[in-house]
Write a protein of this length. Sequence first.
Length: 212
Amino acid sequence: MQHRVPALCLAIFAVVWVGLAIAPVYRDDWLLENIPTFIGVPAAVIGYRRFRFSDRAYVQATIFLILHTIGSHYTYSEVPMGFWARDGMGLARNHYDRLVHFSFGLLMLRPVRELGFRRGREPGPFALFYFSVAGVALWSLLYEVTEWAVASVADPAAGTAYLGTQGDPWDAEKDMALAVAGAVIAATFEWWGDRRRARTSQFSARNAGARA
């Protein structure tokens, strides 16, 4: 029973990934975009017995990975739903990549927090908030640096599709800012949830003491 959610998340992601691995728009870009998936998903599966995330962390990570997999199939700058939003809202570019970077901060903060701080050995609320957001920012920075490095040595066409700047010289900075913004929002909700659980625990302890 306790393995149901992680197993279901893995199965759903596997089905989506296999379906979108068929005839991607640019195969070379698809390979580059999937490098984090090729590393992260097997690592989570292999390390499952030693470190298990919460069910919510698995669900959030799966949603993010599906969004990323859609982007890798079309390339981020050519995802159809991004074009629909651009045309419907009168935007200047396809903002699907912005959505995914924001989602990275919003959805992946929980797994990053759990990976960095084991339950029972967590720091104070401010340190937990700060280092969780900083962890997301670090991974976002590493991704952008990797994009730049790969695009510098890869096939020019694949490198351009991989970067997906769409002519914006500040694309990397905006992507990282959106990831941090999503992380701050997620960390705020986590802080609120922690406080609520702490109050509930204290209330239950007082009631138990009074009955004793």
